[in-house]
Design a protein around this ligand. Structure first.
Ligand code: BGC
Length: 354
C-alpha cells in the first residue's frame, strides 16, 4: 500500500517538474499575513481518493516542557485522542530546551515515525524544525507556538493548529470593559494596569499583551501602564511579580492583566496577601480556563478568563495530521487552522466547569 502511494507521489512530482510548478514554492502572498481558516488541505493531485494509512501508525509528539499547566491538559488530550484511534504514541518532554527538542525530533525521524506533532520550544527555531522534517519527508503538525506563514510555506506537508492570539487579548480587554466602571475603579479617568507577560518570544504573549490594552483604547478608554514584566507563563513568577508591583504601586493598580491563568492564580495569591479584593478594588484576568481559574471566576476571585480550548486544538491537530497522512498538502498562506477562544465570565463559567 505504502509502495503504491510512493509511486503515485513520484508520478505527481514528475508531472509537477514537467509542468514547471515547484510544489514547495509559496504562492504569491505579498501583503497577506492573515492565516486562513483552513479547509486548505488538498488531497494529492490525482483523481483517486487519498489512501489514509490504517490507524496504528507511530506518532511522535514533542512538547516544549511538561511542567506547563496548559500544555499538560493539552498533551493529555492529544494522547487520549491518538490512542483512542489506535495510534502508537510517544510523547517527549523538551524541558524548555530547544537543542534537546531538536535531538528528540531527529530521534523520532531515525525511528521512522509516520507523523510528528510538535510544540516548538522556541518560535525562532521554526526554520530549523521545518527544514528537518521536510528533509525527512515527515508530515508534521505544529501546535501552540505559531511560526510565520512565510516560515511554514517552506514545506507543504506542514500545518499549524492553534488559536488566534489577538482574539484572546481582545477578549481580556472586553472582560474589563464589561465591569461596572470599565476598569476605572478610582474614577480618575484612566485605567492603570500592570501586565504580567508570558515568554515574550512567544506570539501568544506578544499579541495578548498588545490586544488586551488595545481593546480598552479602541473603546475610548485612557490607559496607564504601571509595569510590564515577563513571568514566563509561570505561577510562582506571577505571584512574585504581582507582590512586587503591589508593594510598589499599591492602590494605583486597578487591573492585573496576565497572559495566562497560571500566572493569574499566582497573582491572586499576592492580591489576597496584600489584603485586596478582586472585583471590588482590583480586577484580574487570565487566559486558558484552567480548572483552578474557573473555580476562582466562579468564586468571584478572578474577573474572568478566556477559554484556550486544549481539547478542541488537540482534536484539530489529530484531524489535520490524518489529512496529511492521507496525502494532503497545504498551500502557502493556508497553513494555519484556528480554534476559537471563548470569553469566560461569572455568568457562563458553570458551562465550562466539569
Ligand atoms: C497558554 C499558556 C502556555 C503557553 C505555552 C499559551 O497558549 O496560554 O498557558 O504556557 O501557551 O506555550
Amino acid at each position: 500500500m505504502k509502495k503504491t502511494f510512493a509511486l503515485l507521489l513520484a508520478a505527481i512530482m514528475m508531472l509537477a517538474l514537467l509542468t514547471g510548478c515547484g510544489g514547495d514554492k509559496p504562492a504569491d502572498n505579498a501583503g497577506d499575513s492573515q492565516p486562513a481558516q483552513s479547509d486548505a488541505a488538498t488531497p494529492p493531485a490525482d483523481a483517486a481518493t487519498p489512501e489514509a494509512p490504517a490507524a496504528g501508525g507511530n506518532i511522535g509528539v514533542c512538547i516544549y516542557k511538561f511542567d506547563d499547566a496548559f500544555m499538560t491538559t493539552y498533551r493529555n488530550a492529544l494522547q487520549e485522542i491518538l490512542e483512542g484511534k489506535g495510534y502508537k504514541v510517544t510523547v517527549v518532554d523538551g524541558n524548555n530546551d530547544q537543542a534537546k527538542q531538536n535531538e528528540q525530533i531527529n530521534t523520532f525521524i531515525t525511528q521512522g515515525v509516520d507523523a510528528l506533532i510538535i510544540n516548538p520550544v522556541m518560535t525562532s527555531a521554526a526554520d530549523t524544525i521545518i527544514a528537518t522534517v521536510k528533509a525527512a519527508g515527515i508530515p508534521t503538525v505544529l501546535i501552540n507556538r505559531e511560526p510565520t506563514p512565510e516560515q511554514m510555506a517552506a514545506y507543504d506537508k506542514l500545518v499549524y493548529v492553534g488559536c488566534d492570539a489577538a482574539q484572546s487579548g481582545t477578549f481580556q480587554g472586553e472582560l474589563i470593559l464589561d465591569t461596572p466602571n470599565k476598569g476605572d475603579i478610582n474614577g480618575d479617568g484612566k485605567v492603570s494596569y500592570i501586565m504580567i507577560q508570558g515568554d515574550p518570544e512567544n506570539i501568544d504573549a506578544q499579541l495578548r499583551t498588545e490586544y488586551s490594552v488595545k481593546a480598552l483604547q479602541d473603546a475610548g478608554v485612557e490607559v496607564e501602564q504601571l509595569n510590564l514584566t515577563r513571568g514566563d507563563w509561570d505561577r510562582e513568577k506571577g505571584q512574585t511579580i504581582c507582590a512586587n508591583d503591589l508593594a510598589q504601586f499599591g492602590d494605583k493598580i486597578e487591573v492585573v492583566f496576565c497572559n495566562n491563568d497560571d500566572m493569574a492564580i499566582g497573582a491572586l495569591q499576592a492580591i489576597q496577601s496584600a489584603g485586596r479584593k478582586v472585583n471590588e478594588d482590583i480586577y484580574l484576568v487570565g487566559v486558558d480556563a484552567l480548572d483552578a481559574a474557573l473555580n476562582e471566576v466562579s468564586n468571584g476571585n478572578m474577573t474572568g478568563t478566556v477559554l484556550n480550548d486544549a481539547n478542541g486544538q488537540a482534536a484539530g491537530a489529530v484531524a489535520e495530521m490524518e489529512k496529511l497522512l492521507g496525502g494532503a498538502t497545504y498551500a502557502a498562506n493556508e497553513q494555519s487552522v484556528y480554534v476559537d477562544y471563548v470569553k469566560v465570565t461569572p455568568d457562563n463559567v458553570k458551562d465550562f466547569m466539569k
